[in-house]
Design a protein around this ligand. Sequence first.
Ligand SMILES: [Zn+2]
Length: 139
Amino acid sequence: MIYNIFMKPNMTLPELSERIAETLQVIAPPARVAILIAIGRGEACVCHLESILGWRQAYISQHLMALRKADILSDRREGRYVYYRLKDEAILALVRDAAILAGLSPADVDALANPEPGSECECPHCIPNLIPLESLIIK
Ligand SMILES: [Zn+2]
């Protein structure tokens, strides 16, 4: 992504609108709104989101990839887990504002953000005392 650091308009209104619309479009599908709220201010792996949302891993991964490609999510690998987080919390503010425009309470968004996963999630965040597989390998 290229930003104009000299603060002079270097694009037309249609070009500007096109760029803004790209961001709105990438977060618009309900599944992606749900993923963004579920990640909230924390970070989550695919199995964590699978446990919270109850959707198939392939379906969640497909949306995670689209959000990452659009620079909305960043990822971090830790052992066999990949954790996703919001690159900028402004996206969460945008979702809350959209909730208000939809006649909802932003408190409802906050109440559902970062939910506790079901017992199916075995990521180190949910089971912190799980012995890492790597440490069991005899050298
Ligand atoms: Zn988890």
